[in-house]
Write a protein that binds this ligand. Structure first.
Ligand code: AMP
Length: 126
């Protein structure tokens, strides 16, 4: 089944400039901004500007240029924050996808969480 992109999702509105964001970095294909409800001292969302719903959608259908730009931008942010694991204390990446992944916003995004020891990877809540 093909993905259908909801252009009324909150990140689509951010990309169109309809609601504000705290931008960390912007490139031709990628936008990174601070999460509005941070769960760590550093909590940044990295999103492609293209209309991809999930990580697998992006990985399957984005161009090589979009994918390279996304990962390069993410890497640059970890260095800028001083948390890249060779120069700092590291970080965690999370890409919630779909129903079981409990994805709230249906525009692919990677969370970068850093700035404190983040604890166990998953908390069981069922
Ligand atoms: P997810 O559950 O992975 O879809 O995460 C969505 C994330 O988007 C959550 O961490 C929210 O706090 C964040 N978020 C929602 N609205 C905004 C907004 N207007 N600006 C920045 N982050 C937002």
């Amino acid at each position: 089944m093909a993905y259908t992109y909801d252009d009324q999702n909150i990140f689509a509105k951010i990309l169109r400039g309809e609601i504000p964001n705290t931008t960390v970095r912007e490139t031709e294909h990628t936008l990174a901004f601070r999460d509005i409800a941070p769960q760590a001292p550093e909590h940044i969302l990295v999103i492609p500007k293209g209309t991809y719903v999930t990580a697998d959608h992006f990985a399957t259908e984005a161009s090589d240029a979009e994918i390279a730009d996304f990962w390069r931008t993410l890497g640059e942010i970890t260095r800028e924050l001083g948390v890249a694991a060779d120069i700092g204390n590291g970080y965690r990446l999370i890409a919630n996808s779909g129903i079981d992944g409990v994805q709230d916003v249906p525009h692919f995004h990677m969370h970068i969480l850093a700035g404190r020891k983040l604890g166990p990877m998953l908390m069981r809540r069922d």
